[in-house]
Ligand binder design. Structure first.
Ligand code: ATP
Ligand code: MG
Length: 443
């Protein structure tokens, strides 16, 4: 396979200094799949101190040096170069007790998680493949290097990585690997939240997500226990053709592959079982489930260390997932005021997915509806409408000059905003000042 110029140059420098070096892992896998790798990682027989000497003239980052990694920056691209290593024993299922450097690449490859990730490529473009990675790549198979139980026992995160890669490439999970996942997933409780989040989001945003959620509900509900009741849950509602879990899976698949949207759909109905009331006809209703879902979602986002901004968005979207939407101007302005453009457009997607996932609504109709909402929003935004306090032609100082003070200022600004959004008042200084002055005189 072909290596980029920079990568060959780095390898040549190491070779000239008497070391061996290979491109390794994701970049080899992606290149063999005709995909563009995110980055190029190298491994080498050179020890950290040797690498420092070899690349003394280059811009380098030494942050990973303790773990054997030197990052060389060429152009603006970082290249991670790591000394061949094997991991020592794992007693806690997540950290090797010791890492030792070795002088051969085969040792380094055998510590890697899956056959498709355990290939290396030399300077001459020849691929080293000791575990049948190429074949598995061709057949579309995720298979552990070595004994799956042992490998998941060393690092339980690999369980989530298996699901992530299977989803991303729409690959199958090899039977032994699958069996080990099903018996060892409870050891995921020893893995740090942020590591799980990365792989969970990778799985959720991949094209094979539906297959993974359907095949491994026990893994998902182990990580997110408030989803447990969804599995096999009969919604007892004529608008819903599927169990709650199947509805959720379909809703996840229906939204664009965006981390916030996918996580929103995964969580959107988790409050339903707690909210259910059954009417005299035996039909299930779920009043207030949106807020319950949001309440149950918050600690999950915390546990897996979602960043504040994403977390706020997910909670807002879960709570508002079926708020009424309409292309009419008044409703649209109010929604813009409450959600802002980005989240409002996200809500259009959430609505569509939620409807299609019932199994009782026409997908074509739902898509037309999303289009109609987006078009209406486009048209509205072209007018630069007023939908927030800061868009008003007056501000708090103007109101103070009229004699408003304290909390009354905010209340008055909101009243003006409502009047403007409803088309009762024009958003001009004169009109707004006149209206406020009148209200002030009346009070
Ligand atoms: P991506 O394209 O998503 O970055 P990647 O294969 O490069 O995929 P990384 O998480 O960047 O994945 O890891 C780089 C390489 O390190 C992997 O290809 C694999 O060989 C090895 N690796 C990463 N994490 C583990 C792990 N937990 N156990 C064993 N090997 C791992
Ligand atoms: Mg990578």
């Amino acid at each position: 396979m072909r290596l980029p110029e920079n990568v060959r140059m780095l390898m040549a420098r190491l070779r000239q200094a008497g070391y061996t070096a290979y491109a390794v892992g994701g970049c080899v896998r992606d290149t063999l799949m005709n995909r563009v790798p995110k980055d190029w990682d190298l491994c080498t027989s050179a020890l950290p101190a040797d690498m420092q000497r070899v690349f003394a003239g280059e811009r380098v980052l030494e942050t990973g040096l303790k773990h054997g990694t030197l990052t060389v920056i060429l152009g603006h691209e970082p290249y991670e170069i790591t000394t061949y290593r094997v991991d020592g024993a794992y007693t806690d299922h997540r950290h090797p007790d010791a890492v030792s450097f070795v002088d051969r690449v085969d040792g380094d490859l055998s510590r890697r998680d899956f056959t498709i990730n355990a290939m290396a490529c030399g300077e001459d473009g020849a691929v080293l493949d000791f575990f049948g990675g190429r074949e598995d790549l061709k057949a579309g198979i995720i298979r552990c290097v070595g004994d799956p139980e042992k490998r998941f026992g060393e690092d339980a995160l690999r369980i989530m990585r298996a699901l992530r890669f299977a989803s991303r490439y729409d690959f199958a999970i090899e039977p032994e690997t699958d069996r080990a996942i099903r018996s060892l997933y409870p050891t995921l409780d020893r893995v740090a939240g942020e590591r799980i989040r990365v792989e969970l989001l990778g799985m959720l945003t991949g094209p094979g997500v539906g297959r993974m959620l359907r095949a491994y509900p026990e893994v998902l509900t182990f990580l997110i226990p408030c989803l447990k009741e969804e599995v096999g849950y009969d919604q007892k509602n004529p608008h819903h053709l599927f169990t709650l879990w199947e509805h959720t899976v379909r809703a996840v698949e229906e939204v664009p592959p965006d981390e916030v949207l996918r996580m929103t759909m995964l969580m959107h109905d988790c409050g339903k079982p707690a909210a259910r009331i059954t009417d005299e006809k035996g039909i299930g209703h779920y009043p207030g489930h949106q807020a319950i879902s949001a309440r149950l979602t918050a600690p999950i986002l915390e546990k897996y260390r979602f960043d504040r901004a994403s977390s706020d968005r997910i909670l807002r979207l879960v709570e508002a997932h079926d708020i009424p939407l309409s292309p009419d101007r008044k409703t649209m302005l109010r929604r813009l005021n409450r959600f802002g453009e980005e989240d409002l457009r996200a809500l259009f997607d959430v609505h569509r997915a939620d409807r299609i996932a019932t199994g009782t609504r026409s997908p074509a109709h739902a898509r037309e509806r999303t289009q109609e909402l987006n078009d209406a929003l486009d048209a509205l935004l072209r007018e630069h409408p007023c939908f927030s306090r800061k868009d008003l032609a007056v501000n708090g100082h103007d109101l103070m000059a009229l004699g408003f003070s304290g909390a009354d200022i905010g209340r008055e600004l909101d009243r003006l905003l409502e009047a403007v959004m409803d088309g009762q008042t024009e958003n001009t200084r004169e009109a707004l000042l006149a209206e406020s002055a009148k209200r002030r005189a009346d009070s």
